[in-house]
Every structure is written in structure tokens, then in C-alpha cells.
Design a protein around this ligand. Structure first.
Ligand code: ADP
Ligand code: TRP
Length: 347
């Protein structure tokens, strides 16, 4: 996979013809946690320096699992405030809401015509959702990756920064693009995933991926008190039942998080664990403090942003207006390639 920090622009790749285009999105299903931050969001912020960036709220996607419509709009505002507080900059990046660009639904329809069912039935997230919600096996779940492919292909994105769990969706997007191009002529670039050096953050249970749906998250902008409470519940080194036993920092999730949050003290913390000079409680307390300190400026920024009424609505409205330009252009290219009339309302 390409390394975002060294990649140089490829002339003519994105529609603007200058910098490579990055696109990513998240479903509005809750506040940001450390998995979102370390696996994706932190990368999004950094990529703004080098790429033409487009980030969006995947609210159509959230309808595959969200059952309370009233929760969606407030969740969008909360999530976008988290993004802005972390450093996403609406001046430099396009930030929009998926459902403000229904062009994506039409591209999803066109792509669905050429996507073999077998490809979709094999997607790991589909199999997981079917097991998790046996009574709600809707088409939306099966078509989820086709809609995701439409999200990525509509702005003709070159790179997609996401956590490791999304890799199968990116791979499928490439296959969907390749097949469409093969059948109808070259329309879409094949996008590539961009991953951080921590592409999979483990949850507080220490055994599964940190995820809202598993209830094992640490909220990145939670209060220091809440962060401390959550971190103290973390499962540590299961092979160290007694305080006097030697620890195995390389197999402990708390020690793994210190890698990012306490780089200056890492060697000392790991050695203390190995030699049983420190106990899990201290190591967790230090982690909670380091996490709370890391996010302190963002917590403060968020409070200021949240006090500005209408800010998120304005950002999203402006983002939709800017995102629509490339969306309509691509949709017309795809319509024409498929043999449909080119929409007179487009572009
Ligand atoms: P969740 O699993 O909590 O619902 P999402 O599926 O909304 O999280 O993920 C949003 C983004 O954050 C995606 O790019 C995803 O890959 C990334 N991400 C989520 N959880 C993790 C994790 N534990 N480790 C690394 N990246 C993650
Ligand atoms: N499936 C992604 C997730 O759960 C959200 C998403 C939807 C996405 N469309 C996308 C991510 C396009 C990257 C690109 O996190």
C-alpha cells in the first residue's frame, strides 16, 4: 500500500488535474473513539497538506443498521464537530453529507448492474451483519459495498484512508471499477487504500477490534474523568495473574497504546512491566493521563465550535455544493458509457 507521507502528486489524476484526490467517510453512529482516530481520522487531518481531500458523512449507509431515525441528524452534528475539532479544515477539504448528493444513489444503481452477486455474498462485513441481525437481512446490507464503491468512484478518488477492517471494501471497489471499465470503457480510476501504522486498534476487552457496536471503545474527546474510568476497565496482560509476575508488554493492549500516547516514556514503561517493577493499575493510570493530555486542545476547540449555532449545517451545505461538481461530471461519464441519455440537468 502506498505511504501517504512520501507520495508525490501524479499530474492529471484527479479531476482538478493537479493533486491526487483522497476520499473517505464514516457512518454517523456515535462519537469518535481511539480506533477511529488512530486508524483513520488522524490520517485524514495529515493528508490535507498533500492531497485534494473529500470527507463525508455516510448517512445512507447508516440506514442499514440504525433503527431510530431521530438519532441520525444529531449524530451527524456531533460527529462533524469531532472531525473539525481534530483538525479537518473546511477551507482545505470538502466535507459533505452523503444524502445531500443523491447522484451517489444513481451511480450505485449503475454499478449494481455489473457487480456479480457472488462478490457481495463473500464480503466479511456482510457475513458478520447477517449473523448479527438474522431478522433484518435487507438488500441494503448486501449492496453496502456497492454504495461504498459509488462513494469512492463518484469523485474519482485515487486514495481512500481507512482502518484495516475496510480493506475488503476497497478491494471490491477496485474490482467493481475494473469490471465497469472493461465492459463500458475507461471511466473510473482504480483507488487504493491508505493505512496508518496502527490500522487495527484493539478494544478495552483486549481481544476484539475497538468498535462502537462492541461497546469496547475509549471516546477520544471524553472528559479526563471518563477516560480514566474507561481505561481502568481495560483488560491487560492475561498471562500476568500476580503483580509480582513478569509482564509481557508486547502482548498487552495498554502497553500497545502507550506506543502512541507515551512515546518518550515507552522504553521505561515496557521495561518496568517486564521486570514487574510496575503494576497494571499504574500503567493504566499513566495511559489515561496521556490520552486525556493528547486530546486536551481538541476538547477545548470542540467546545468553542459547538457554541457556534449553524456551523455544521453551513460546512455541510458548502461541501455538498463543491462536491456536486465532480459528482455530476462523473455521473454523466458513467451514464454515457452505459448507453443512457446524458442528463441535461447535470453539470
Ligand atoms: P465502528 O466499528 O466503531 O462502527 P466505523 O466502522 O464507523 O467504526 O469506522 C470508521 C472508520 O474508523 C473506518 O475507516 C474504520 O476502518 C476506522 N476504524 C474503526 N475502528 C477501528 C479500529 N478499532 N482500528 C482501526 N481503525 C478503525
Ligand atoms: N464503510 C465505512 C465504515 O463503516 C464507511 C464508508 C462508507 C466509507 N462509504 C465509504 C469509507 C467510502 C471510505 C470510503 O467505516
Amino acid at each position: 500500500m502506498p505511504d501517504a507521507t512520501v507520495e508525490s502528486p501524479r499530474p492529471g489524476a484527479a479531476l482538478s488535474g493537479k493533486r491526487l484526490r483522497v476520499l473517505s467517510g464514516m457512518q454517523p453512529t456515535g462519537r469518535m473513539h481511539l480506533g477511529n482516530y488512530l486508524g483513520a481520522l488522524r490520517n485524514w487531518v495529515q493528508l490535507q497538506d498533500q492531497y485534494e481531500c473529500v470527507f463525508f458523512v455516510a448517512d445512507y449507509h447508516s440506514l442499514t443498521t440504525v433503527t431510530d431515525p431521530a438519532s441520525i441528524r444529531p449524530a451527524i452534528t456531533e460527529m462533524v464537530l469531532d472531525w473539525l475539532a481534530t483538525g479537518l479544515d473546511p477551507q482545505r477539504s470538502i466535507i459533505f453529507r452523503q444524502s445531500d448528493l443523491p447522484e451517489v444513489a444513481e451511480l450505485h444503481l449503475l454499478l449494481s448492474m455489473t457487480t456479480p452477486l457472488g462478490w457481495l455474498e463473500r464480503v466479511p462485513s456482510y457475513k458478520e451483519k447477517v449473523a448479527q441481525f438474522p431478522d433484518n437481512q435487507n438488500y441494503g446490507l448486501l449492496g453496502y459495498p456497492v454504495l461504498q464503491a459509488a462513494d469512492i468512484l463518484l469523485p474519482r478518488a485515487d486514495r481512500v484512508p481507512v482502518g484495516e477492517d475496510q480493506a475488503p471494501h476497497i478491494e471490491l471497489t477496485r474490482e467493481i471499477a475494473r469490471r465497469f471499465n472493461h465492459l463500458f470503457g475507461q471511466v473510473f480510476p482504480e483507488p487504493q487504500g491508505l493505512f496508518t501504522e496502527i490500522p487495527r486498534v484493539m478494544g478495552t476487552d483486549g481481544v476484539s477490534k475497538m468498535s462502537k457496536s462492541r461497546g469496547n471503545t475509549i471516546g477520544m474527546l471524553d472528559s479526563p474523568e471518563q477516560i480514566r474510568k474507561t481505561v481502568m476497565t481495560m483488560v491487560t496482560d492475561v498471562e500476568r495473574p500476580l503483580r509480582s509476575d513478569a509482564g509481557h508488554p508486547e502482548r498487552c493492549n495498554v502497553c500497545a497504546l502507550h506506543r502512541f500516547f507515551s512515546p518518550d516514556r515507552l522504553a521505561e514503561i515496557w521495561q518496568g512491566e517486564r521486570e514487574a517493577r510496575t503494576g497494571c493499575v499504574e500503567v493504566k493510570r499513566w495511559l489515561a493521563e496521556a490520552i486525556a493530555d493528547h486530546f486536551a486542545p481538541m476538547r477545548e476547540k470542540r467546545a468553542g465550535l459547538a457554541a457556534q449555532p449553524g456551523l455544521v449545517d453551513d460546512v455541510l451545505a458548502d461541501g455538498a455544493r463543491r462536491a456536486r461538481v465532480a459528482a455530476r461530471e462523473t455521473l454523466n461519464m458513467a451514464r454515457e458509457a452505459c448507453g443512457l441519455a446524458v442528463s441535461s440537468t447535470a453539470v
